[in-house]
Design a protein around this ligand. Sequence first.
Ligand code: NAI
Ligand code: ENO
Length: 283
Amino acid sequence: MTTVLISGLGLIGSSIARVIHRQNPANEMIGVDPDDDSSQFMLQQHIINRIDTFNHAAQKADVIILAGPVSVIISQIEELANIKLKPNVLITDTGSTKASVMKAAQSLIKKGVGFLGGHPMAGSHLTGSRSGSLRLLTQSTYFLVNGSQTQRQLDQFKALMKPAKINWTLIGAKDHDQLVSELSHVPHVVATTLVNAAAAQLQDNPTGLSAAAGGFKDTTRIAAADPTMWTAIMLNNADAIDEGIEAFKTQLTKLQTAIHNQDEQTILRTFQQAQAIRESLDK
Ligand SMILES: NC(=O)C1=CN([C@@H]2O[C@H](COP(=O)(O)OP(=O)(O)OC[C@H]3O[C@@H](n4cnc5c(N)ncnc54)[C@H](O)[C@@H]3O)[C@@H](O)[C@H]2O)C=CC1
Ligand SMILES: O=C(O)C(=O)Cc1ccc(O)cc1
């Protein structure tokens, strides 16, 4: 039996809690979350055994999973560096950025505490424990960044997550942040900007956004995600996102110029290239 502390019982933390509870219902699950609704729901579902304060629960845990916004993960790592923890405790996180988390984790690593960076590449724009599920992370890619974890602690975490049949992928923090900037963070900026730009352009149009078909909704679904979580992501991966936005602007300007110049060949080639790439993702 393992005592697991999950700090942040939102979409991701609650889904991980469901997986670990499924792996062994005898695991002692302690939850920490200022959102009472998310905590109470997990208690009612009998997935979490009890709710506690972060400081108190941290001292009892064998495994600590930090699943709040990245800004909260970083401040909780700093807090953990000043708490008397169990000697073999493993601390891991689910944050969408890794370089700043791993930098903060140096305080734990220097003290010989086992820390493993983590980031599940599954989720949605929804928040809170009611939106989580046992299957949310099933067969997804889950990035791991080596910290100070022992092989035994790594095996322990993978064993706890076994019901999710995860595709574990080891990566360096910088490579991770560049990759997810392109795959997730810049797309979030683009979807958000598209929504705000369309709303501004159509503000005096009586029909406006209400006429939007599937294309607009599919392209912008992620803009409905939690602003607090995404602000923390932007602040913690600013350089890679900045670079990604520049590259996006270059491509956007090329297409804008082709449209402006009635350059049919370039427009067609641009769409053909994207079509082939996008179709290959679903094969
Ligand atoms: N939404 C997604 O699809 C994915 C999110 N992530 C990352 O996982 C983390 C959690 O994201 P979600 O579960 O989606 O967000 P969420 O908003 O559903 O859950 C975050 C939870 O953290 C709680 N929280 C805030 N301050 C706290 C504190 N001081 N102590 C304990 N809990 C606190 C909130 O009340 C909330 O319940 C974030 O770092 C995010 O970047 C990673 C992969 C996918
Ligand atoms: O909503 C979606 O489809 C997502 O892509 C969710 C998501 C959000 C943040 C991450 O770090 C990883 C995945």
